[in-house]
Design a protein around this ligand. Sequence first.
Ligand SMILES: Nc1ncnc2c1ncn2[C@@H]1O[C@H](COP(=O)(O)OP(=O)(O)OP(=O)(O)O)[C@@H](O)[C@H]1O
Ligand SMILES: [Mg+2]
Length: 318
Amino acid sequence: MNTIAPAVEAAPLAHRSTVMARVMDLAQRVARSDANVLLVGESGTGKGMLARFLHDASPRRGGPFVTIACANIPAELLESELFGHEKGAFTGALERRTGRFEQADGGTILIDGVNELAPALQGKLLRVVQERTFERLAGTRTVRVDVRILASTQADLEPLVESGAFRKDLFYRLNVIRVDLPPLRKRLEDVPVLADRLLRDIALRRGGEPGRLSPGALDRLMRHHWPGNARELMNVLESAVILSEEPVIPADAIRIGAAGEPGRAGGGTERHETLAQVEERHVREILRLTGGNRTRAARILGISRKTLIEKRKRYGIP
Ligand SMILES: Nc1ncnc2c1ncn2[C@@H]1O[C@H](COP(=O)(O)OP(=O)(O)OP(=O)(O)O)[C@@H](O)[C@H]1O
Ligand SMILES: [Mg+2]
């Protein structure tokens, strides 16, 4: 293990609620150990961020932190992404390539969306979890790595274990310590501090001073139920900053939900649009608002750049 620890400050998740204080307290203690951790929570609750915290607050902080998102990678590519491959392992494998496990050697790996893992890969993952060894695709040599393993899931794994979709032995190995990230609607008292933090993050990316919320804007945020959790809040704030261009964000720059909200063309024909039409209009609007900056547009839309490119192609957006 790499023991040289550079000065990375582990950034705790912004919070004020007692539930989140308990989560951070647990995380702080767990970080020091090398135990496998299973992070459970709805989309956007901060699992990725907490995984990063666990790494940065651990003795492995000087080593790499590597994430692999199981849901975003087609099943047939995932195995070689995880374990790498030898030259000639499959058509197009012109060179040997190391996988994420090797890249994470000496550090931490986050298996993001582990509930999506196909049964065949669950078996291979179990072996790495137990022995820290594997072979590259078409490889004969056994590779050994020193990696701390974190896994995250939006769905409880127990029902998947019950139904046979997820291996019980793998579940027990990953679930040594379980950390639950509560949804934002169950800790609305976190919204003001979280919004402040996110506005600072937005200012760091965009430059300039962080926006501040008017009482009316905050009131709107406190009334929402946040199905998309902190990520949704980030997106709402980013659009608010773009829309208002003022230091204090007015209530009407907070656009939550679709038609019917003030400031939106509500009712009329819009109610009968298809989902695809709504999506196309929204993608176009965000691209317009960001001046065609695809990285920012993708971030605001909460999708990858690749997905944005696909959507532009589908809708013929230049
Ligand atoms: N408490 C928090 N303080 C500061 N930022 C946060 C907090 N919680 C979440 N965020 C930010 O919100 C966004 C979503 O968080 P994150 O990506 O960690 O969610 P997730 O649970 O991994 O979601 P998914 O299941 O969709 O992958 C990120 O930009 C993250 O930095
Ligand atoms: Mg994530």
